[in-house]
Design a protein around this ligand. Structure first.
Ligand code: TRH
Length: 377
């Protein structure tokens, strides 16, 4: 009998919490044949990622995963063999008691946020003593050896490369979103929080000598975009043109289609944790807007990632990318940084593919979790 796993997800805001746990749950079920239950306190967040999900159901099956609403008034259930609390969400107290008293050893893991910081390697896999005599292990995804690896489906890179190599498939996918790229247009996707740096970037794109098609899924950045365009409202399907820049607003697409959108684009602006990683797997240059934290704690995370990612780039390539990322995250003028980046474009494209291949050569997060459980047994 295969082990049973359960993942607890509390949706703090946006889509990252749901996005990461939904992706992990699906992969554990599909690639490792595990019985997986996903507890989520706000199933509506999942509906955006997977429209088949019924936000009102207390229990349902999707993609081989049992999805359960995590109710405020917790009713006792038999714990699984492995219990993952995502991003330090608090398990129901009664469930912890049940884990201690169920007559089986239950592995309790806290799946942490992704970070490239050095200290992660020292903390990955460490146990901490918990009430009821239980131990909880800290599981850190990461980019370095001695971390839990990165979420990546086993055939992701092959699928991505085949898609990118097939112009007809790409055109058909874009067409399904109502997008028709014109010859010579550079495709850029934009998924971002509100950002004061946007106008400077858009000005630079509009004034550039070669054309850009900016694809913007509906979301928090639309307000800034609207102001720059000086239009009263923007919605999915709307298109605008300013100089060399065409802008098209897209619907928020299902999670697997968002991958395809990233794969279609020459450059992807992403945010949070999950889209950030998916853009890396797209093998194309990217711009990360990190989730802002209190007291600027996110800057250490950003710089730690940059330090790793820029390795192997020429000084001018590294400087250009670094300047762009810093300006974007500081909400500063980024026209000059974007212009400087153009000279480095071919190098950055090669680098993105090499970075992806290097990271994809490491064990993925789901496989690392399964291995951790096997070793723990
Ligand atoms: O949405 P995010 O900003 O999410 C988070 C949360 O805010 C969380 O609290 C925080 O801790 C974390 O960031 C760091 O960004 P993220 O992680 O990129 O999640 C977005 C998800 O939405 C991701 O799974 C991709 C998906 N997505 C689609 O499925 N379709 C779309 O059209 C788009 C734009 C995104």
């Amino acid at each position: 009998m295969q082990a049973s796993w359960e993942i607890f997800c509390s949706v703090v805001d946006n889509y990252g919490d749901a996005g990461v746990t939904w992706r992990l749950a699906r992969q554990l079920a599909a690639e490792h044949g595990l019985r997986v239950r996903l507890w989520i306190d706000d199933p509506a967040a999942l509906v955006r990622l997977c429209p088949e999900v019924d936000a009102s159901a207390s229990r349902q099956w999707q993609a081989g995963v049992e999805i359960c609403r995590w109710p405020a008034d917790w009713q006792p259930v038999e714990p699984a063999d492995v219990v993952i609390e995502a991003f330090a969400c608090q398990l129901p107290e009664a469930h912890v008691v049940a884990m201690a008293n169920c007559g089986r050893r239950v592995l309790w893991l806290n799946l942490e946020y992704l970070s490239a910081e050095d200290w992660v390697c020292g903390c990955h896999g460490l146990p901490s003593l918990q009430p009821e005599g239980l131990q909880k292990f800290f599981f850190f995804p990461g980019f370095a050896e001695n971390t839990g690896g990165l979420l990546r489906e086993h055939d992701l890179i092959e699928r991505r490369r085949a898609f990118q190599a097939d112009a007809a498939v790409r055109a058909a996918f874009l067409q399904s979103l109502g997008v028709q790229a014109r010859p010579g247009e550079r495709l850029v996707s934009l998924f971002a929080y509100e950002n004061a740096a946007l106008p400077g970037w858009l000005d630079a794109l509009a004034q550039h000598t070669s054309p850009t098609l900016l694809l913007v899924p509906e979301g928090r950045i639309l307000g800034d975009l609207q102001r720059w365009l000086e239009v009263p409202a923007l919605a999915a399907g709307d298109g605008q043109r300013r100089g060399a820049l065409r802008i098209q607003v897209l619907p928020f697409v299902r999670q697997d289609d968002y991958d395809r959108l990233l794969w279609c684009c020459d450059f992807n602006a992403v945010r949070g944790e999950d889209s950030f990683l998916r853009a890396q797997w797209a093998g194309r240059p990217l711009l990360w807007q990190i989730y802002p934290q209190a007291e600027g704690a996110h800057w250490d995370k950003l710089e730690a990632f940059l330090a790793l990612y820029l390795e192997g780039l020429s000084p001018s390539g590294a400087d250009a990318l670094q300047a762009l990322w810093r300006a974007w995250n500081a909400g500063e003028e980024m026209g000059a940084a974007w212009t400087a980046l153009q000279d480095e474009w071919p190098e950055l494209c090669g680098h993105a593919e090499r970075w992806c291949a290097r990271q994809a050569a490491r064990p993925d997060l789901a496989a690392a979790l399964v291995q951790f459980y096997t070793d723990w047994l």
